[in-house]
Design a protein around this ligand. Structure first.
Ligand SMILES: [Fe+2]
Ligand SMILES: [Fe+2]
Length: 192
C-alpha cells in the first residue's frame, strides 16, 4: 500500500469535520473487533473503515461529476444523495489512495447500501457503521447485542431499521438494501 496507515488517517481526517472523524474512529475500532470475532482480516477491515466516509462531506456537485464522468453506477443519481459518498469513496480510495484490494474497495462501496452476496469484509464494515459506539438510534442496542453472536442477524436488524425509517418517512428505498436484507434473511433461514 502506497500510504502508510498514519498518512492515510491524516489525509482522510483532513477531509471531514471532527464529529465525522470521531465516527470514523468508532467504525475503525468496531470493524477490527468484528473482524477478529468473525474471522475477517482486521487490517483490511481497518483500512476500509478509515476510508469509508472519505467523500461524505464532499460537495454534491463534485460527487455527481465523478459519478457521471467515471460512469459509476449512474442509477445512483436517481436515489438519495446520502448514498453517493460510498460509491465515490471507493473510487477515490482506488484512484487517490492507491487501494487495489477488491475486498477493501467493496467494503467501502457497499457500506451504506449493502448488496446481495455481501462478502465477510463488507458485512463487517457495514455493521460497524451501524453500531460504532457513537451511534444512537432506536434499536442500536439490540443490534450491538445481536452482533455478539451473529453478523447476519445484526445486519438484518440494521437494514430493517433503515427500511422501516424510510417507510415511515415515505422515502424511496434503494433496491440494493432490500436485496441485501432479503439475501441475509434467506441465508439465516437456510442455516436453521
Ligand atoms: Fe457512510
Ligand atoms: Fe460512516
Amino acid at each position: 500500500m502506497a500510504y502508510s496507515r498514519e498518512a492515510l488517517i491524516e489525509a482522510v481526517a483532513a477531509q471531514m469535520p471532527d464529529k465525522r472523524w470521531k465516527h470514523t474512529l468508532g467504525v475503525m475500532e468496531t470493524s477490527v473487533k468484528l473482524a477478529e470475532r468473525y474471522g475477517a482480516d482486521p487490517v483490511k477491515a481497518e483500512t476500509a473503515a478509515i476510508l469509508h466516509d472519505v467523500a461524505k462531506y464532499w460537495p454534491v456537485e463534485r460527487m455527481r461529476e465523478i459519478i457521471e464522468r467515471e460512469g459509476l453506477s449512474p442509477e445512483l443519481l436517481h436515489y438519495d444523495k446520502q448514498l453517493w459518498h460510498a460509491e465515490v469513496g471507493a473510487f477515490v480510495a482506488e484512484r487517490e489512495y492507491e487501494i487495489t484490494d477488491s475486498e477493501i474497495l467493496g467494503a467501502i462501496r457497499y457500506h451504506t447500501s449493502g448488496r446481495e452476496g455481501m462478502t465477510l469484509l463488507e458485512k463487517v464494515v457495514c455493521l460497524a457503521d451501524y453500531m460504532e459506539p457513537g451511534r444512537d438510534f432506536p434499536g442500536v442496542d439490540s443490534i450491538r447485542k445481536l452482533a455478539k453472536t451473529s453478523l447476519e442477524e445484526a445486519l438484518v436488524a440494521g437494514f430493517d431499521s433503515t427500511i422501516s425509517l424510510l417507510l415511515q418517512k415515505r422515502q424511496i428505498i434503494f433496491p440494493l438494501t432490500v436485496l441485501a436484507r432479503n439475501d441475509l434473511v434467506r441465508i439465516l433461514e437456510d442455516t436453521k
